[in-house]
Design a protein around this ligand. Structure first.
Ligand SMILES: *[C@@H]1O[C@H](CO)[C@@H](O)[C@H](O)[C@H]1NC(C)=O
Ligand SMILES: *[C@@H]1O[C@H](CO)[C@@H](O)[C@H](O)[C@H]1NC(C)=O
Ligand SMILES: *[C@@H]1O[C@H](CO)[C@@H](O)[C@H](O)[C@H]1NC(C)=O
Ligand SMILES: *[C@@H]1O[C@H](CO)[C@@H](O)[C@H](O)[C@H]1NC(C)=O
Length: 401
């Protein structure tokens, strides 16, 4: 069978898949959302088959797709772009050329990709960071932390922490003319998980307390205790993310052992001694009524998984499970949630908990939105939604950073 025939075959299956895949009625740019969902589902399906017959690993195709649009550090008339290292970790810096009397604000950017894929090199992120630097006259720092499954938890987090601590040194901030009182940490999807965690860690570290002015979390996942929140159930088949896909990828950050993935799919992965943590993620207590819909809260099933993974009870994987005392001192927070997003309720619970202890939160809920829109702002899959979210976020930064 020739290469062309094979491609044509795939194209036909993709097309059929697109027609067949349902998406929520009111979703914006429905056909594009269908196409992206179909591509992701097919990649996931082929990964599962490929892994089963020993041809490739589950995540290989998804990783490959994410590298298609990698960019080089190209400066333009407004911004100098440099790839370098902070504390031996690759970073991309966006430095505005425009002269400014004042010191500059800074945004630290942590990319998404379920801890397994992604990079600041992705064209959509490169555009976003360039735009942020230009619009705000800000220094932007993108971090390429180590990825799973080659590097397990807490490698990704440690890289983010080291990079940010390096950047926060007085002489480094001075070198880039950054105003130490105007620094924001931003992350999307799993980058949002990392951003939320790093912000907590820094804020609870006496040497770094109050060094971060704001955190911006774009549709992040924030806990791995309960994999059946209402949004996890409602959107288990997509659009964009499916429950199986996200559990499979995220569990690779913990282990390559399939037992964890299987147990998490059944929501029976947590150990007995984690019972006291469930009050922090109890959607019955923290979700606004509107989002509970007709779902019924059931208490967790514990102690079913033989293998023990201490990381499952670690707040550095699930920033939602810190207590109120640790939340209280968190900085100004911006959170974007999308209605049709499996991870929606993680954020809604975090927002409730943050507001309960008096943290100032700006919550942007996109009624017709889907997960990951910020990474779909480049042809051939260009979502206007991505630019809409970008503009709202930049407006917020302009007013608050
Ligand atoms: C440089 O900045 C100006 C003013 O914001 C903008 O009009 C122009 O498009 C920017 N150039 C690039 C390459 O982004
Ligand atoms: C969750 O909240 C509900 C309602 O407030 C309560 O009945 C249940 O015991 C709680 N479960 C846990 C594990 O916190
Ligand atoms: C867990 O351990 C018990 C006792 O050692 C064993 O009987 C059971 O088959 C194990 N379950 C799994 C899923 O490995
Ligand atoms: C909150 O958690 C921190 C760190 O685990 C602990 O030191 C502190 O005592 C806890 N506070 C409360 C009120 O439980």
């Amino acid at each position: 069978m020739g290469y062309k025939t094979l491609c044509f075959g795939f194209f036909c299956i993709l097309l059929a898949y697109c027609f067949y895949l349902p998406v929520p009625e009111d979703v914006e740019e429905a056909w594009k959302v269908r196409t992206i969902s179909a591509i992701l589902k097919m990649s996931s399906f082929m990964g599962t088959i490929g892994e089963y017959i020993g041809l490739l690993k589950y995540e290989d195709i998804l990783v490959m797709l994410s590298t298609v649009h990698f960019t080089k550090p190209v400066s333009d008339e407004n911004i100098t772009v440099i790839d370098t290292k902070f504390s031996n970790i690759p970073v991309r810096l966006y430095l505005p050329k425009r002269k400014s009397e004042r010191q500059r604000p800074a945004v630290i950017f942590i990319h998404g990709g379920a801890f397994v894929l992604g990079s600041y090199k992705m064209a959509a992120y490169d555009d976003l960071n360039r735009w942020t630097a230009n619009k705000l006259g800000a220094v932007v720092v993108g971090i390429d932390y180590r990825l799973a499954p080659k590097y397990l938890f807490p490698a990704a987090l440690e890289d983010c922490v080291y990079t940010i601590k390096f950047f926060l040194q007085k002489n480094i901030l001075a070198k880039y003319r950054v105003d130490p009182t105007r620094i924001c940490i931003m992350g999307d999807s799993s980058g949002g998980t990392l951003a939320a965690t790093v912000t907590q860690l820094l804020q609870n570290d006496p040497n770094f307390k109050d060094k971060i002015k704001a955190q911006a979390l774009m549709y992040p996942g924030l806990q791995s205790l309960d994999t059946l929140l209402p949004s996890h159930q409602e959107y288990q088949h997509g659009p964009i993310l499916t429950r199986e896909m996200i559990i499979k990828l995220a569990s690779l950050y913990v282990t390559e052992d399939k037992d964890l993935f299987q147990a998490a799919l059944r929501n029976e992965h947590m150990p007995t001694e984690s019972r006291h943590l469930f009050k922090f993620v109890n959607w019955s207590d923290f979700l606004p009524e509107k989002y509970k819909k007709s779902y019924v809260y059931t208490d967790p099933v514990l102690g079913k998984l033989n293998a023990s993974y201490p990381v499952l009870v670690d707040s550095r994987l699930s920033p939602l499970i810190v207590n109120d005392t640790q939340l209280q001192s968190l900085p100004l927070t911006y959170i974007v949630t999308c209605e049709h997003d499996l991870l929606r309720d993680d954020s809604l619970i975090y927002i409730s908990r943050l507001r309960n202890v008096g943290v100032k939160v700006t919550h942007e809920h996109i009624e017709k939105g889907i997960h990951g829109a910020l990474s779909f702002t480049r042809a051939p899959i260009f979502l206007n939604l991505g630019l809409k979210i970008r503009d709202k976020y930049i407006n917020w930064l302009e007013e608050n950073l």
